[in-house]
Design a protein around this ligand. Structure first.
Ligand SMILES: [Zn+2]
Length: 255
């Protein structure tokens, strides 16, 4: 069974481990929530992501003092390692994806992204390619738990190449998704980029409004290692302009 915290990092933790930190974090949202409200009011003052009280807390480098707090509802918010979402931000129009557009019930995206990926998966199927959404929206608290898990497993430097710190994940916007293919067992690994499904996405994603956030060889710009499975919905017009520009989405959005 795929769980909510799967996605956007490798290797994936075993389900039993993945589930544990999420429950822990969700029961302790008050510190981060209260702190973030203050941080949002004073945009540049920082403190957005004070660590949750936990025996496994990692050093708090989540939000630098000069981080910019973004409006997460803006489809084109230039979210990266220097800009952050409030811990309290959650999209207002999340909808459940149907199965088999998603690999399991309970995966959510903002409505426009959900509609677009539903059409995308159908077109892929018509082309003989099977794709399914493995993960979608992730709350600040879920991202916090996931990031801490990876830090425990591999240290912060390596974890930061594959997993966003809380407040910095496009998954919190409700417009980012991770796609899987049965060709490689739905693993969110570089091998996805070599599957027929991964190649199909490279050719067709922009036509449905999706852009590959972290392309190969651009870690110096995006801050993240190549993630051929992670796409973000920006609308068809912008997606096609990004592709035509030759820029990464990171560069395009901060212009
Ligand atoms: Zn992802």
């Amino acid at each position: 069974m795929m769980l909510a915290l799967a996605g956007c990092a490798e290797p994936q933790p075993p389900a039993s481990v993945r589930d544990t930190p999420a429950r822990t974090a969700v029961t302790q949202p008050s510190t981060a929530t209260a702190t973030t409200a203050a941080a949002t009011a004073t945009a540049a003052s920082g403190h957005t992501a004070a660590p949750l009280p936990s025996a496994t807390a990692v050093p708090s480098s989540t939000t630098a003092p000069n981080d910019v707090v973004l409006d997460g509802a803006n489809l084109l918010a230039p979210l990266n390692k220097q800009a952050v979402l409030a811990a309290t931000f959650a999209p207002s129009d999340l909808v459940d994806l149907s199965v088999p557009v998603a690999v399991r019930a309970g995966i959510r995206l903002r409505r426009a992204a959900a509609d677009a990926v539903t059409a995308l998966v159908k077109q892929a199927a018509d082309d003989g390619v099977t794709l399914a959404v493995v993960s979608g929206y992730r709350s600040y608290q879920e991202q916090d738990a996931l990031f801490r898990f990876y830090v425990q497993q591999m240290g912060e430097a390596r974890a930061s190449r594959f997993s966003a710190q809380p407040g910095h994940s496009e998954h919190q916007m409700g417009t980012a998704l991770d796609l899987g293919s049965p060709e490689n067992g739905y693993q969110l690994e570089e091998s996805f980029g070599l599957t027929r499904a991964g190649v199909w996405m490279q050719q067709h994603a922009a036509g449905f409004g999706f852009v590959l956030s972290y392309p190969q060889g651009r870690e110096d710009v995006t801050g993240y290692a190549y993630e051929p499975w992670h796409y973000r919905y920006v609308g068809m017009d912008v997606a096609q302009k990004v592709v035509a520009s030759g820029l990464t989405l990171t560069e395009y959005l901060r212009r």
